[in-house]
Unconditional design. Structure first.
Length: 57
């Protein structure tokens, strides 16, 4: 599924680029996952297109 959004010409080294990104941003990603990972409270999406209420769109 994730590769469906990657252009054919970029797929060959996608895994390596993704791994390099994760390595570079490890601490920041760890903090984000602590707030948004399994069991975490959902982010405040009120008033965004991700909110459950169409009125907010």
């Amino acid at each position: 599924m994730a590769l469906s959004s990657v252009r054919d010409g970029e797929r060959a080294d996608y895994a390596q680029r993704l791994e390099a990104f994760a390595d570079r941003h490890h601490e920041r990603l760890k903090k984000i996952c602590a707030h948004t990972g399994q069991g975490a409270a959902p982010p405040n999406t009120a008033g965004t297109r991700w909110s459950a209420s169409p009125k907010a769109w």
